[in-house]
Ligand binder design. Structure first.
Ligand code: CO
Length: 138
């Protein structure tokens, strides 16, 4: 069902310092910070030849990643994102298998303007999983 690894998301306490590590030390292509208000995060996109890394920093007082950073003050891997062709079909298959979809279970537009869903970490090896519907390249 799942396709490519779309991105690995890393929550960071200092977006500027972390961007500098990826840009200057690791030599990656790093975007400017982009606020995504509806998800309560500021995101920096790092493009690698085969996938992406996203640095996440809390935006606003109700950011969903604040609790994670409180527990992991130096930052850490927050979630992995896998691509699916049809997010509704994926959701039904997962629910039929007893997996928990977070929130109200309805796909929301993610940072790339594609529909996304999040899956309960306890059902996936202790890792928060994001599914993103990405149209198959034709
Ligand atoms: Co993500």
């Amino acid at each position: 069902m799942i396709g490519r690894l779309n991105h690995v998301a890393i929550a960071v306490p200092d977006l500027e310092a972390s961007s500098a590590v990826y840009r200057a030390t690791l030599g990656a292509k790093v975007s400017d910070p982009q606020p995504v208000a509806e998800h309560g995060v500021t995101v920096v996109f790092i493009e690698l030849p085969n996938t992406k890394v996203e640095l996440l920093h809390p935006l606003g007082d109700k950011s969903p990643i604040q609790a994670f950073l409180d527990k992991n003050p130096s930052g850490g891997i927050h979630h992995v994102c896998y691509e699916v062709e049809d997010i509704y079909e994926a959701r039904e298959k997962l629910k039929a298998d007893g997996m928990r979809v977070l929130g109200d279970g309805e796909p929301k537009l993610g940072a790339h303007n594609n529909p996304v869903l999040f899956l309960h970490p306890k059902d996936f090896c202790g890792t928060l999983v994001e599914l993103e519907q990405v149209p198959k390249a034709s």
